[in-house]
Design a protein around this ligand. Structure first.
Ligand code: CMP
Length: 139
């Protein structure tokens, strides 16, 4: 994984509300290339592992329950400065604080149902990509 890549998930709220196409358009318009993509529903165990770093946080159980409530779209994205630029594109974690025009501002309803995930570091981008995609699926 190079510093040119990040990992994203379009979350169950955005998928259920029919925003998948618009979110993908925003990602492409933001200059990101989609390297890998899959549509799936997480099991409880997978969601608990993916968000393991938050296990002790008070919102952990609600987060896991929400993340397994419907299908998600997982993807690896490529662009110069991918991690930072993608976090700018999606906006603040709480959509109330997200800048105008960002994906969360446009499509998210709450801090839990916040439409999309973006890796917060190059290291986590690699870990999260490997969680969803094997080397056989990547190019
Ligand atoms: P995400 O970027 O996917 O990483 C962890 C998620 O936990 C976050 O988006 C939010 O959807 C959710 N969450 C719920 N409450 C909080 C909180 N108080 N602080 C940070 N994340 C929260």
């Amino acid at each position: 994984m190079t510093t040119k890549r990040t990992f994203t998930m379009i979350k169950p709220d955005a998928v259920n509300n029919g925003h998948t196409g618009n979110v993908i358009n925003d990602i492409l318009a933001g200059g990101f290339k989609i390297i890998a993509m899959k549509y799936l529903q997480l099991t409880k165990e997978q969601a608990e592992n993916f968000y393991g770093v938050h296990r002790e946080r008070p919102f952990f159980n609600d987060l896991v329950t929400f993340m397994i409530s419907g299908p998600i779209v997982a993807a690896i994205l490529e662009k110069e400065n991918a991690v930072e630029d993608f976090r700018t594109l999606i906006g603040a974690t709480n959509p109330e604080n997200a800048a105008e025009g960002t994906i969360r501002r446009k499509y998210a309803k709450s801090i839990d149902a916040n439409a999309i995930h973006g890796s917060d570091s190059n290291e986590n981008a690699a870990i999260e990509s490997n969680f969803f995609f094997s080397s056989f699926e990547r190019f």
